[in-house]
Design a protein around this ligand. Sequence first.
Ligand SMILES: CCCCCCCCCCCCC/C=C/[C@@H](O)[C@H](COP(=O)(O)O)NC(=O)CCCCC
Ligand code: ADP
Ligand code: CA
Length: 593
Amino acid sequence: METDSGRMESSVWLGSKRHRALLSGWRFSWTELDKKNRDKNTISVPVSEVIAVMEGQVEIQPQKKVKDTDRDFTVFYVKRSNTSGGKAPLWSLGRSQFCCPSRDLRDQWVTQLRIALKTHCPSRPHRLLVFINPYGGKKKGKQIYHSTVAPLFELAGISSHVVVTERANQARDHILKKDLTGFDGVVCVGGDGMFSELLHGVIGRTQQEAGVSEHDPCVMLQPCDLHIGIIPAGSTDCVCFATVGVNDPVTSALHIIIGDSQPLDVCSVHHHSTLVRYSVSLVGYGFYGDVLAESERRRWMGPLRYDYSGFLVYLCNRSYQGIVQYLPADSQITSPRDNSRCLSGCKVCSESTERLFPRSESCSSLYSRQLSQYSIDSEGEWLSVEGSFRCVSLTCMSSSCPRSPKGLSPSAHLADGTGDLILVRNTNPLGFLTYLHRHTNTQDQFDLPFVEVHRVKAVRFSFPPNEEDDEDEPKESRNITAGIPGDPGTLSEGNVESGRLGSQQHLAEKPREQGMKEKGRKKRDYLCGLCSSKRSPTSVWNCDGEILPYSEILCRVHGQLVRLFARGIEEDTVSRKYHEGSRNCQGRCILHN
Ligand SMILES: CCCCCCCCCCCCC/C=C/[C@@H](O)[C@H](COP(=O)(O)O)NC(=O)CCCCC
Ligand SMILES: Nc1ncnc2c1ncn2[C@@H]1O[C@H](COP(=O)(O)OP(=O)(O)O)[C@@H](O)[C@H]1O
Ligand SMILES: [Ca+2]
């Protein structure tokens, strides 16, 4: 046995096999020894990925069991599943039970490993505020949290205060108004809408405390310290998928436990110098707006509502007039068509940190630099495109999700301070179908004559003079939906105002059966109503799954405004093995086996 400061080595047994265990700085490894004392297999885990060290033989699945033998200790750690084909690895809880030659040695191992955890993992959360949306996605939020996530938090010594929401915007209001002292982060169990509530709460709270006005699109918003964790239990789960690479509650819980930190760009959306909302994934007009409006009345379908509504809206074949102005980002640095991918430890994003928050600059000069950089008065830099669009989309990240594994803009970066603006001009139905279909395969969705994409810092949308919408009247009071005019299921004042679900009844609502004939007639009438030329010539904005009450908007990207308990998408195992020698990400990317 050998101990030194931060280093310890001894013989241990795993079952009937003798091993040499070694703790050296930020790495813990154990190597199987053969009868002649030669090394066989080694498992190596960075201390930053050790979840817990417990005395005795401990199991937590299917429930916690401790056999407190005095020479044993158990180490729980992050284990990656082998994947290929570009998929990020799933994380699961690895467990190894070690038996030492003496109790004294066992105690030394437990002490040294726990000291290493404290030393190398100073930013792990100890106390979390968790919001569960019981109605998100397939309505499994509570079950996912209590059976899968809570036991992991408990194992890692994290205490959590859990709020099961009873209404839309409860989580946002809680973060804005209640005492958050002692919490190291906020976590949502739900979908992108739930994440959006936490996003608005955290950004709003931070600006209130810093005395910054959120309404001014030119202001430098205060970056938020309180981390956000996402346990995916929603319909699209795009923010989770695009920042972790998989939608898996265990993987996300483990990222939260080890205190991973991923900065994220956020887009603020304004109407006449008033903040309307924040977005991280999609600010979309035309197709995506219509799909959202259409899907709201079909919440009872669960996640499938988007596919069904997408199909109906596609059949309508609509396009909308508009003027899109944008402030281009520096095209020397990156481009949405450079075929790069923003992966864990992304160089473009880390270099952007320096650019966005230069260490040498004083706060006041940084503020004025940002002001001039983004001033909406610097008309010279703005470019303008006018036309009839199938869809206009702005995304601060790739917006990949299970429906579209490479996303709306596959080369977008999570934290480079820019967004990608995608303009899809009017085209024939087959052309638009080709565009949509390319989101699901490896073909380039931007390589089509009616599609253009720009890396931008800000975007403005307005109507040509003859198409002008009555913008003084907010959308809530008008018939803005893609549904049947006058249909009671159509989005109405109540459910726009109070969030997407509006009320619980709205969620549970199912169309009543009225006989097959009647049903067939209704369907036909419905499609005619949905696609009718009498409908408003304008669409609505889909802002991370929320319908915006205005059409003429100004969007500005705020670089790295919030932080998630995530680390970006890890490469698949095969590529990771290949690149291992050349990466420097504090040992985080090294395989555990
Ligand atoms: C022929 C195949 C067509 C496939 C088209 C695939 C295009 C998918 C792009 C998805 C982008 C998703 C951006 C994220 C949006 C979410 O914020 C939002 C709300 O999610 P949630 O809170 O979980 O309900 N989801 C949507 O707006 C759904 C868009 C679906 C469009 C088909
Ligand atoms: N208890 C609740 N009742 C009704 N709506 C809620 C409740 N809790 C949260 N919401 C709202 O539900 C919306 C959808 O939630 P989300 O978790 O994103 O599910 P999904 O991905 O299925 O849309 C969010 O916009 C959120 O504001
Ligand atoms: Ca970005």
